[in-house]
Design a binder for this molecule. Structure first.
Ligand SMILES: [Zn+2]
Length: 319
């Protein structure tokens, strides 16, 4: 199907269904040489034209840039990508950077440095599928103006999953919901969480304290993991947004990362019956948090030129 017909159909669909915004259909960008970059940019321009013609001139386009970590890290490749995106009629840029594994201060630095280039587009950057410490750090350091991710899962984006064909038997597979222990930044499987809270001292230290949402504390974390996780994460984001942008990174370190390292030390002292795997996970989490805290601490001190992403507008859907 030609680009014009795609744009036309999308515009009609948005108008008929009365959507409040549209995510431009884009491809995974493995490197800045990708021919899709040009195709996606052109389609976005056409989409704007067809939306306007369809009487949907007020519907904003969000651009999803799904990009490999290698391409994002390279200043040269970022330059090429930026050139393509400049002047596109978009309201925000949803950045999906293919990264997996534990967050490190180096990866946070790379996100912050790379994102700063994209601030020149003058639109808010959203960290798409960017959860956990990675997403919160990116927010705290001003790399992105918002974050978006799945609930208790899909907190990072792995380009590989887009490149593989869908396997038949995996269709409809959903990850089991996990239990979010906010002060440790950890998601535990149900069995792990049960063992975790059975350990002496764990309930009082790690049980949820949001009385209105989780009145039964750790029991509600197990029984309503999604609600608990949503409330905790929005609290974390809210806590950051309440601090002026230039102080956010420092405060994030002091009020979130430092207490997390203390909590992690405590979690390491818990004893579990026959859960070596959990004990090992908690110990690894403690080590990686210590490194993150030290590395981000240096980053805060060294930072001179600071660039902040504009913050996205709040949208009320359905009006
Ligand atoms: Zn809770």
């Amino acid at each position: 199907m030609g680009a014009r017909r795609v744009a036309d159909r999308l515009a009609q669909f948005v108008r008929e269904k009365r959507y409040s915004a549209i995510l431009a259909p884009t491809h995974y960008i493995q490197s800045a040489n990708s021919p899709w970059l040009e195709v996606d940019a052109r389609l976005t321009v056409l989409l704007r034209q067809y939306l306007d013609r369809a009487g949907a001139g007020n519907i904003p386009i969000f651009y999803s840039l799904a990009v490999s970590y290698d391409a994002f890290r390279s200043a040269e490749e970022r330059g090429v990508i930026l050139e393509r995106l400049a002047d596109l009629p978009i309201e925000s840029l949803w950045m999906k950077i293919a990264q997996s594994g534990t967050v490190t201060h180096t990866s946070v630095r790379n996100i912050v440095k790379g994102a700063a280039d994209f601030h020149s587009l003058g639109v808010p950057l959203i960290g798409d599928l960017m959860g956990g410490w990675r997403g919160l750090s990116a927010l705290a350091f001003g790399a992105v103006g918002g974050i978006c991710h799945g609930v208790t899962q899909k907190e990072s984006f792995n380009g590989g999953s887009l490149m593989r064909p869908v396997e038949g038997e995996k269709k409809g597979f959903t990850w089991p919901t996990r239990i979010y222990v906010a002060s440790l930044g950890l998601h535990l499987k149900r069995e792990e969480a049960m063992a975790f809270f059975a350990a002496h001292g764990s309930k009082s230290r790690f049980g949820c304290r949001m009385k209105e949402r989780c009145p039964k504390s750790w029991k509600d974390m197990l029984d309503n993991p999604v609600r608990h996780s949503l409330v905790q994460r929005s609290l974390e984001v809210q806590r950051l947004s309440n601090v002026p942008a230039q102080h956010r990174a420092q405060r994030f370190l002091e009020e979130t990362i430092r207490p997390a390292t203390d909590a992690a030390v405590f979690s390491e002292s818990l004893s579990f019956d026959g859960q070596e795997h959990l004990a090992k996970r908690l110990s690894e989490n403690r080590k990686s948090l210590d490194r993150l805290r030290a590395g981000l601490g240096r980053f805060v001190e060294e930072r001179q030129l600071v660039s902040f992403s504009p913050v996205p507008q709040r949208r009320v859907v359905g009006r």
